[in-house]
Ligand binder design. Structure first.
Ligand code: TRP
Length: 332
C-alpha cells in the first residue's frame, strides 16, 4: 500500500487553523483505507528556531493529545518523534550531498521565516530544514504529503532530492529507491485569525485552540473583527468581510448560515448575538475533542506507550530503507 507521511513541529497546543488546514485531512486519509499513514513529531525541526529544549517533551505531548483528540488513531497510524529515530539524521546527511546551498538559500519559506522572525543569521541546520524534511518523508517512502500551502516549497525540494538520489544511486537492479512525493493541500487551506489576518497563528495571538473551553471560545470570538461599517446592532452588515461569518461558514449548520447571512444584511441580527451563536457552533464542534483530550490527559503512561509503539514501528521501516540506501550507494 502507498504511504502518507506528514508531520508538525511541536510548539505546544494546536488551534482550529491546524485542524482545518491539516488534521482534518490527515484523519480522512487515515480512515480512507487507500494509504498507510504515518505522523511525525518534528522535534529536531522545532530546534531550528528555538534552542531551548526544556519544553520539547511537554510540547510534543500537548501536540500528541490534540492529534489523538481529533481522531488520529495510533493503532492505524504510527506517531513518532524524529529525535528518537537516528536514521532521520543519517539520511539527512546523505541528502545534504545532493542539494546546493544556493538552492536552499532560494527557498521562499525560509526567506519568509527569516523576515517574520527578524533573524540576522541562520544556522547551518536551519538552512538545511527542507533537507531534513525530505529525509522525514523519504525514509518512509511517503508518496503523498498532506500539508498546508506554506509547505509547498519544501515538498518541491524533497522531489528534487528524490530524483537526484535515484539518478545518482539506482538500486543494483536499476530501479529507483525513492518515490517522488506529491503534496496534497486541503480544500479550506486556511482559517483567518480572530483579528482578520490571513492566518490563524498562536504567535500572533489570534487563534482559537482545540483545547479552549466554551468560556475561552466565547471570550475570544467576542474580540473578533467584524464588518467595521456595522456600528449599531441594527445597521445592515456585510458578511463577506466579516471574520465571524467565515467561522460560521465552517462550523455552523447550512440552514443557519443562510439565515445569519440574510439577517446580518437586513440589520435584523446584531454582532453580539451573532458572535454568541458562532461561539456556540465552535464549542459544539470542540466538545467531543475536549472530552477525549481530558480523558487522555489523565494517562501520561499511555501517551508515552503510544510514542514508544509508534517509534518501534517507524524504526523498522527506517532501518529497511537505510539498508536499501547503503546498498544502492555500495556502502555495505
Ligand atoms: N515543516 C513542517 C511544518 O513546519 C513540519 C514537518 C517536518 C513535516 N517534517 C515533515 C511536514 C515531513 C510534512 C512532512 O509544519
Amino acid at each position: 500500500m502507498k504511504r502518507i507521511l506528514s508531520g508538525m513541529r511541536p510548539t505546544g497546543k494546536l488551534h482550529l487553523g491546524h485542524y482545518v488546514g491539516a488534521l482534518e485531512n490527515w484523519v480522512a486519509f487515515q480512515n480512507g483505507g487507500e494509504y498507510e499513514t504515518f505522523f511525525l513529531i518534528a522535534d529536531y525541526h522545532a530546534l531550528t528556531t528555538n534552542l531551548d529544549t526544556s519544553q520539547t517533551y511537554q510540547n510534543s505531548i500537548d501536540m500528541l493529545l490534540d492529534w489523538l483528540a481529533v481522531g488520529i488513531d495510533p493503532e492505524k497510524s504510527p506517531i513518532f518523534r524524529q529525535s528518537q529515530i537516528k536514521e532521520h539524521s543519517e539520511l539527512f546527511l546523505i541528502f545534504s550531498l545532493l542539494v546546493t546551498t544556493s538552492r536552499l538559500e532560494r527557498n521562499p519559506s525560509l526567506k519568509e521565516q527569516v523576515r517574520d522572525l527578524e533573524l540576522d543569521t541562520i544556522s547551518y541546520a536551519h538552512l538545511g530544514y527542507p533537507v531534513l524534511q525530505a529525509a522525514d518523508i523519504l525514509l518512509y517512502k511517503g508518496s503523498v504529503v498532506p500539508v498546508g500551502e506554506d509547505q509547498l516549497p519544501h515538498i518541491e525540494i524533497t522531489r528534487e532530492i528524490a530524483r537526484r538520489f535515484n539518478q545518482t544511486y539506482p538500486k543494483p537492479n536499476g530501479e529507483a529507491v525513492f518515490p517522488e512525493p506529491e503534496a496534497k493541500i486541503t480544500k479550506f487551506a486556511r482559517l483567518v485569525g480572530l483579528d482578520g489576518k490571513a492566518k490563524m497563528s498562536k504567535s500572533l495571538g489570534n487563534a482559537i485552540l482545540l483545547s479552549d473551553s466554551p468560556d475561552e471560545v466565547m471570550k475570544k470570538v467576542r474580540t473578533a473583527v467584524t464588518d467595521t461599517a456595522k456600528i449599531r446592532k441594527n445597521d445592515p452588515g456585510n458578511p463577506d468581510v466579516c471574520t465571524v461569518f467565515k467561522y460560521h461558514q465552517r462550523f455552523t449548520k447550512e440552514e443557519e448560515i443562510k439565515q445569519i447571512d440574510a439577517d446580518c444584511r437586513s440589520g435584523a441580527l446584531g454582532c453580539v448575538e451573532c458572535k454568541q451563536r458562532c461561539s456556540a457552533s465552535i464549542s459544539e464542534f470542540l466538545a467531543p475533542i475536549l472530552e477525549r483530550r481530558a480523558q487522555l490527559e489523565r494517562k501520561p503512561d499511555e501517551l508515552r506507550a503510544i510514542l514508544c509503539d509508534g517509534e518501534a514501528r517507524a524504526k523498522t521501516i527506517a532501518t529497511q530503507t537505510m539498508a536499501e540506501v547503503r546498498d544502492a550507494m555500495r556502502l555495505g
